[in-house]
Design a protein around this ligand. Structure first.
Ligand code: UT7
Length: 333
């Protein structure tokens, strides 16, 4: 019998500290950096972002989202036999955030300790990270090497922001989203399509690195926003079309588009290319800005919990980010 994978639970978490555009405008003004609520809303759709307090890491945000996803799937930590965390803001250089998160889940109670021993690793594909992680988890489940996976996107991008650079610091925030993905006799994940092209490394990057106890190079986020914008729409359309083709489906079969939440204008352009009205797009970017690998599972969870997304509907998840990386996953809930 063919084995598939299917999402059985979703969860998300935003850290409590919320900065509206007005809050951020006032904070930046103290350092002579000029921006405005009007500019941010008009160019990006963003109205607020959440920042994690010092001492709160990606594993903490991911832990909260994972607990909610487990609860909504009716599962416990000890039921999980694979953990994949998509993040570009790991707690440490090593070990992986997935290992740290696994141990947090294992400490919930005596039975939860049974999650120890499950393979746990991070995927680093920046804003496409969750699409990559879901693709890997699906492949491992279909291959029979896992039955029940936790797939998490968790980021503290606020730590990478240059608050003197108004072209980037207004765009990003912190958060996490998670799904439980289980082996199933019926699909679930219908198709996925992931790509990378390293020639664009410099377009969106954090170039610094640790060497002999020092940070060498700039440890803050650099982005050529216009170049990213121009590239993103075409790549997202291409990945979505490739996933549809693999599943033998059409644009019109998509019930919901759940895009990476970076910029409302990129989302609108992509929806238009896929001939989808904005009523079929789950939008959360205004609440939390670009949370990188967390943004797609965050939006998925919001769509599911709000009742917008119904069981058995067909969803197109898609993302693009540093690397350049991009991809799409087409699935039935
Ligand atoms: O996950 C993937 C990650 N990245 C993205 O998705 C980002 C993709 N790119 C974008 O979203 C957009 O390119 C931005 C939102 C970053 C910028 O929007 P834009 O419409 O491409 O603006 P622009 O870069 O062409 O800048 C227009 C003007 C410039 O002023 P001048 O040269 O026209 O006088 C900028 O200096 O807006 C100015 N500007 C700002 N003004 C007020 C740039 N940032 C700000 C700001 N507040 N925060």
């Amino acid at each position: 019998m063919t084995r598939y994978s299917r999402i059985t639970g979703t969860g998300s978490f935003l850290p409590p500290q919320c900065l509206t555009n007005a809050d951020l405008v006032a904070q930046l003004a103290k350092d002579g950096v000029e921006t405005s609520d009007e500019w941010i809303v008009e160019r990006t759709g963003i109205r607020a972002r959440h920042f994690a307090d010092a001492g709160m890491f990606s594993s903490d945000l991911g832990f909260e989202a994972a607990k909610k996803a487990l609860a909504s799937a009716g599962r416990r930590p000890e039921d999980i036999d694979l953990i994949i965390v998509a993040t570009s803001t790991p707690d440490m250089v090593f070990p992986s955030t997935a290992c740290i998160l696994q141990h947090k889940l294992a400490q919930i109670d005596a039975a939860a300790a049974g999650i120890a021993g499950a393979p746990a690793f991070d995927v680093q594909a920046v804003c496409s990270g969750f699409i990559y992680a879901l693709t890997v988890a699906d492949a491992m489940i279909r291959a029979g090497s896992a039955k029940r996976a936790l797939v998490i996107g968790a980021e503290v991008f606020s730590r990478l922001l240059d608050f003197k650079d108004r072209t980037t610091c207004v765009l990003f925030g912190d958060g996490a989203g998670a799904v439980v993905l289980e082996a199933s006799e019926t699909p679930g994940i219908l198709a996925s399509d992931i790509h990378a092209d390293g020639k664009h490394v410099g377009m969106l990057c954090v170039p610094g690195h640790v060497q002999n106890g020092h940070i060498l190079g700039d440890p803050l986020l650099k982005m050529d926003g216009q170049a990213v914008f121009k590239l993103a729409v075409g790549l997202l359309e291409g990945a979505a079309r490739a996933a549809l083709q693999k599943a033998n489906l059409q644009d019109s079969d998509i019930d919901w588009l759940i895009p990476h939440q970076a910029n409302i204008r990129i989302i609108q352009s992509t929806a238009k290319k896929l001939k989808l009205p904005m009523e079929k797009v789950v939008l959360t970017v205004h609440h939390h800005g670009n949370t990188s690998a967390a943004s797609i599972p965050l939006a998925l969870d919001v769509g599911v919990r709000s009742g917008q997304i119904k069981p058995e509907q067909t969803l197109m998840l898609e993302g693009v980010g540093g690397g350049f990386t991009w991809g799409a996953v087409l699935l039935k809930l």
